[in-house]
Structures are given as C-alpha cells and as structure tokens.
Ligand binder design. Sequence first.
Ligand code: PEP
Ligand code: MN
Length: 334
Amino acid sequence: MIVVLKQGVTEAKRDQLINWLQDLGLRIHLSVGEYQTVLGLVGDTSQVDMDLVSSLEIVDSVKRVSEPFKCCNRKFHPEDMVVECEGVKIGGGHFAMIAGPCSVESEEQIVTVAKAVKAAGAQLLRGGAFKPRTSPYDFPGLKATGLELLKIARQETGLPFVTEIMSVADLPLFEDVDMLQVGARNMQNFDLLRELGKLDKPILLKRGLANTLKELLMSAEYIMANGNERVILCERGIRTFSDYTRNTLDISAVPMLHELTHLPVIVDPSHATGMARLVPSCALAATAAGADGLIIEVHNDPIHALCDGAQSLRPEEYTELAAKVMQLREVVAG
Ligand code: PEP
Ligand code: MN
C-alpha cells in the first residue's frame, strides 16, 4: 500500500502517521521527493483501514499495490534512483560506461585494457576473477589473485571496478571491491542476495538466462529488503529460439523496467549477442532505448582471450563505439 501525503505537511505530522502505522506492525519506506512525499507500507496491510487513512487531513491519496515487489517499486519511489560508486553516478540522467575483459588474466592484460577503456571514456572497469563457466574444464578465473590484479589496475588508472561474486563463502575477499556483480547464473541464489543486502556497496544484478522481469525485480527485492538499496539492474540477453546469436537482447526490458522500478537499468550487449561485430549496434540500440549505462567486454588480444574472446571488442573498436554512444546520449538526454 502506498500513502501519498499532501504538499507542505510538517515533519511532526508525518512522523505521527508513520509511528501509528509502525505500531500496526508495518515497515515504512519513506520517500521525500521534490514535489511529493510517499510512504510505502511494507508488511501485512490487511489490518489498515484504507478509508480511515484517506480521510486524514495530511493524506492526498492511498493506493493498494498489487505487485509483490515493494522496495524496488517505482510507485513507492517515483524519482529515479542514482546509485553512486566511488564518485561515479549511475541512473537519473547519469550514464555509466563500464568496460574491461571478461576475465582477469594477468597484470599486464588488465592494466593495458583498463588504461585503454579509461582513455575511451569508461568510468568503471569490469573484469571477472571468479568465473561461472558452463564446462568444469574451462578457465575458472584467477580468483583471489584476480581481485588483487584488479586493485592494481584501479591504482594505475583510478577506475573503480566491478567483479562477480559467486558464493557467500568468498565474501571476505570482496571487502575492497567497489561494486559486486551477481551474474546471470546466480540471479536466484537467494542466500547470496540476502548477504549482499547487508553490504554497503553497489550491486550489479544481471538478469538470469531465462528469467522474467518480475523475477529479476524480486531478486533485487531480496537485496533491498535486507537493507542495501544500491542495486543496478542489467539486461544481458535471454534464451530464446534465436539460432545465430548467443542470446536475445530484450531491448524492451529497458523501458519496461524503467516503468516498474526506480533502479538504474544498464545493458550488456556482449553477452547478449556473443559476437563482437554485433556489439556496437546493440549498444547503440540500448542507449537509444534509455539505458542508464553499458557494460561491454574489451580485450587487448581477443583471439587469445581465456574467456569470451569472440564477443570482446578490441580497445580501438571500443574507443570508436564509446564516442558514438556519447553522441547518441546527447540526443537521448536532450
Ligand atoms: C560476465 O559478466 O562475464 C558474465 C559471466 O556474465 P553473465 O552472468 O551475464 O553471463
Ligand atoms: Mn563474459
């Protein structure tokens, strides 16, 4: 249930109402916007007399919300959420360019790529240290060593980085990581989501291979309901009957998610297509659809990459694409 307050209501009167609702056993999500103050009532609202609340002098309107996601529901929080990561803002008009290799392979590789993507305009570095691989015989990532190499690349370039966590057991290793990624395969690892909800770090939550938007939002809800509101959603392609691309980029997910939630939505055209030559068009399409950022795989030597070389752009290709994205952003934002 959401309660919209009239403009100009005093804090004292607002808090009186909040205390009364809390006494009914509800959690209140307070959103103070420039024009509106909205109370999101989380919990069993069957006890609340809607007519009584509507009749209060300070209340503008009361609505029942049927969606099972509350914390990430735009109805509770009409204004876009801006997620900040070490000075980089994402959402609410702030567009984030995230780039780097699929996997961290060596100090030279990650530092070279980090410098190249920074020069092209990227604000965040990506790189997997713990890799979820379909085959147990494939390169699983450098794990803890990979995280150390990402820190070196950060020191060399000043770029904060995002890297994937696969298991709750690895959490102590991620203390000095700027943003944690939950990969597609772990989107419904509920124990992991719950633990990430207790952190004070931004979480990049990727949509599962075959998950609906509602399921993605329910996963975001796990993180947010545990106290961490800094969630960024990522559309990275879903399984369909497409026969030529790795996945199918669900472009309509971007405007639909923007309607449903106030969380930033970014797009990963690399995993969506699986082919470097298709990445630029899909990246531009995502930008035009209003995405709040792009996460793109870039490798200095894609042919010899240990993971996802076929979908990785070379630094010069990324530079060219980044310039086009920035031009298009001006059109979209303007
Ligand atoms: C990745 O980012 O390298 C990755 C494994 O992505 P996804 O979880 O979307 O497959
Ligand atoms: Mn990858």
